[in-house]
Design a protein around this ligand. Structure first.
Ligand code: ZN
Length: 582
C-alpha cells in the first residue's frame, strides 16, 4: 500500500526483461538525472503538434511510440528520485529533488494531458481505439476532467501539504522502552502479548498524536479546502466527482460504491462482529478494548522466525515452488537488488511497489519490523510486483494504467495464494498466522468502508470544523465497529484515529479500492481451497489482462463476481463463516 496511485501499480513495458534482458541492472547502479522541465515541455509539445499533424494511422502510431519513450524516461527518473528520497528522508539531495518534482509534477501532468487530448480528438482515433483499447480513452477523458492549467497553483499547494503531512508522520519520535521510536518501530509494542506493555505503548502512541493533533487538523483542513477549490474551479459541486476522476473510476460510479457500502453494513458488519467475538473469547477477555484490536492470541501474534535476510530467502524458496512464473520473477528481483525492505530510522513509513519501465523492473519498498507484516510485504507487494513483471511483454503502455481496485486484487490474492508456505515463515505457529490473516482481512472490510464513507461526508461538507470531522468519525466507528471501546483515551475516543491513516491525507477515495479488492481476494481464497490450480490459473489470467479491459468485464472473464451486484456478500460470508466459525 501507500505511494501515489499512479506509481503504485504494476506497469509493464516492452523493454522489460522478457523482451530484452540487456536493460537489467541493479537498482543502486541505475543512473539518475533530474528531469529537465524545459526540455520535457518542448518534447511533449512537439509530440502533441505531431499528433495533430499526423496524416494517417501509421504516422500517428510512430508518434505515439516516441511518446512512450519520453514518458518512460520522465517516469523512471521521477521514480528513482522518489525511491531514493523515501529510503532516507534526511538526504538533502533527494529532498531537493522531491521538492522540485512537487513543483513541476502538476505542470508535467498538464502537458501530458494536452498530448492525450490531441490523441482523443485525432481523426485517427478509431484506429488507436482498436490498437490501445477503449479503456485508455475513458482514462484519457477522466484525466482531462481532472486537471486544468488554472488549478496548477492549487495542485502544487496540495502536493506541498501532503509532503508536510508525510514528513511530520515520518519524523515522529516516541520515547518508549528506553528508546526513541518512530511509528513503525512502535508496532511490535502495540501488539505485544503482555497486555500491560501494549497498554503503555498505546498510551505513548496517543500522547504523541495529542502533541501533533492540532497540526494534523490544520493540514487536513487546508487539504480539504484546497481540493474543494480545485473542484469548484473545474465546475464541480464538490471534490467527490473530481476525486473519482482522479482515481480514474472508468467503469463504476458513486451509486455503485454506495450500494457496496450498504451491503457491507447490512451483511458484512454483523459477520465481522461475530469474528471479533470469537477473538475475544480466544483472548480470554471480558471485553475487547482498542488496545486488543490487533491482537489475536493470548500468547501474542505469530511473528516470523528468522532474520529479515532469512525472510527474503524464504520468499525466494516459496516463489520457486509456487510456479515457473513466480520463480523467474523473484530470482530477478533478488539478482537486481529490487528490494529495500529492512527498517531504518530515517526511511519513509509504509510500503509500496513501483515500476521502472526502461529496466523492466518492479521495485519494492518497505520497513520490516519483526512482525507478520514483514511476510505481508513478501506476499502483498510481491503480488503487485509479480503482475508488473508478468505483463512486462505487453507493448501497449496504456495497459499498465491499472486502476487500484484491480491492482489490489493482484496483491491481496497473492497473500492467500502463498498460504501453503506459511509454515516456512512461522514454524509451528503457521496455523495461528492463517487464522490471523483471515480474521484481519475480515476485520478490514468494515474499517476500509468506513474510511470511504468518512471521506464522502468530509468532501460533501467541506466547511465542517475539525471537531465536527472527529465527531463524524466517532459516529461511523459505532456503526461499522460497534464493539470498539477506546476506554476514554483522550485522542482516540475523541475520533482521532483517522489522522494516522495516510491515505486520507495523500490519496482521497483510494481506500475503498482495497476493500473491493479484499472481497475479490476472498473469492479466490474460497476457490483455491476447493481447487488451487484452477484458482491460480484464473489469477494468472487476471494479472495478464492488466488494464486491457474494464474492471467488471475482466472480473467476469476470470469467473469472479462483481462487488456492486446485489447479494454479493451472501455466498462469501456463508463460506467464510464455515471456515472460521464452524
Ligand atoms: Zn497494494
Amino acid at each position: 500500500e501507500g505511494g501515489k496511485p499512479s506509481a503504485e501499480a504494476g506497469a509493464p513495458s516492452k523493454d522489460s526483461v522478457l523482451a530484452g534482458k540487456e536493460n537489467r541492472m541493479k537498482f543502486r547502479d541505475m543512473p539518475y538525472e533530474r528531469v529537465d522541465y524545459d526540455r520535457a515541455k518542448e518534447e511533449i509539445l512537439r509530440l502533441t503538434q505531431k499528433v495533430k499533424d499526423a496524416e494517417n494511422p501509421e504516422e500517428l502510431w510512430a508518434v505515439h511510440q516516441e511518446y512512450y519513450r519520453v514518458y518512460k524516461g520522465v517516469a523512471d527518473a521521477m521514480t528513482i528520485a522518489h525511491i531514493r528520497h523515501d529510503a532516507d528522508v534526511t538526504d538533502e539531495f533527494y529532498n531537493g529533488e522531491q521538492d522540485y518534482y512537487d513543483e513541476i509534477g502538476p505542470k508535467l501532468s498538464n502537458l501530458l494531458t494536452g498530448y492525450q487530448r490531441a490523441i482523443f480528438e485525432s481523426p485517427c482515433r478509431p484506429f488507436l481505439e482498436e490498437k490501445i483499447g477503449k479503456v485508455a480513452f475513458v482514462s484519457i477523458e477522466n484525466a482531462m476532467k481532472s486537471v486544468d492549467e488554472s488549478i496548477i497553483g492549487l495542485m502544487q499547494a496540495e502536493n506541498a501539504l501532503t509532503t508536510e503531512y508525510n514528513k511530520l508522520i515520518a519524523s515522529a519520535q516516541i520515547p518508549f522502552d528506553g528508546q526513541v521510536l518512530n511509528l513503525s518501530l512502535m508496532r511490535p509494542y502495540l501488539t505485544a502479548s503482555d497486555r500491560s506493555v501494549r497498554r503503555a505503548a498505546w498510551k505513548a502512541y496517543s500522547d504523541y498524536f495529542l502533541t501533533v493533533a492540532e497540526k494534523l487538523d490544520e493540514i487536513y483542513d487546508r487539504l480539504v479546502k484546497n481540493r474543494t477549490a480545485q473542484a469548484k474551479a473545474l465546475g464541480y459541486e464538490n471534490y467527490i466527482q473530481l476525486g473519482y476522476y482522479r482515481m480514474n473510476r472508468n467503469s463504476y460510479g458513486r451509486k455503485d460504491v454506495e450500494n457496496f457500502r450498504r451491503q457491507v453494513k447490512e451483511v458484512f458488519v454483523p459477520f465481522a462482529e461475530e469474528v471479533h467475538e470469537k477473538r475475544r473469547k480466544r483472548l480470554g477477555l471480558s471485553k475487547l478494548s482498542y488496545i486488543d484490536n490487533e491482537v489475536y492470541f493470548p500468547d501474542g501474534n505469530p511473528a516470523p522466525v528468522g532474520t529479515p535476510e532469512e525472510i527474503l530467502k524464504t520468499g525466494q524458496h516459496m516463489y520457486g515452488e509456487l510456479s515457473e512464473e513466480t520463480k523467474e520473477f523473484f530470482d530477478f528481483m533478488m539478482e537486481n537488488e529490487l528490494f529495500d525492505v529492512f527498517g531504518r530510522k530515517t526511511k519513509k513509513q509504509g510500503g509500496y511497489m513501483t515500476y521502472l519501465y526502461n529496466y523492466g523492473s518492479p521495485f519494492i519498498f518497505a520497513n520490516f519490523n519483526g512482525t507478520s507484516g514483514d511476510v505481508d510485504v513478501i506476499t502483498h507487494e510481491c503480488g503487485h510486483a509479480f503482475q508488473g513483471y508478468l505483463s512486462g511483454k505487453d507493448p501497449i503502455l496504456e495497459h499498465s494504467d491499472i486502476t487500484m481496485e484491480t491492482a489490489e486484487i493482484h496483491s491481496m490474492s497473492m497473500e492467500f495464494f502463498t498460504d501453503p508456505w506459511m509454515k516456512d515463515f512461522f514454524g509451528d505457529r503457521a496455523q495461528d498466522f492463517l487464522t490471523l490473516q483471515l480474521e484481519d482481512a475480515i476485520k478490514f472490510v468494515p474499517y476500509g468502508t468506513m474510511v470511504d464513507e468518512f471521506q464522502h461526508i468530509v468532501y460533501e461538507n467541506p466547511e465542517m470544523t475539525p471537531e465536527e470531522r472527529r465527531q463524524t468519525w466517532s459516529r461511523l466507528e459505532k456503526e461499522y465497529m460497534p464493539h470498539l471501546d477506546y476506554e476514554g483515551d483522550p485522542f482516540f475516543s475523541k475520533g482521532g484515529f483517522w489522522q494516522k491513516q495516510q491515505h486520507i491525507y495523500n490519496t482521497p477515495f483510494y481506500y475503498i479500492d482495497y476493500v473491493l479488492a479484499q472481497t475479490c481476494a476472498f473469492q479466490y481464497k474460497i476457490r483455491m481451497d476447493e481447487d488451487y490450480r484452477a484458482a491460480w490459473d484464473s489469477y494468472l489470467k487476471l494479472c495478464r489482462l492488466s488494464a486491457s479491459d474494464f474492471y467488471p468485464v475482466m472480473l467476469r472473464e476470470v469467473g469472479l463476481k462483481v462487488p456492486f451486484e446485489d447479494g454479493y456478500f451472501v455466498e462469501i460470508v456463508q463460506k467464510l463463516r464455515k471456515k472460521l466459525l464452524k
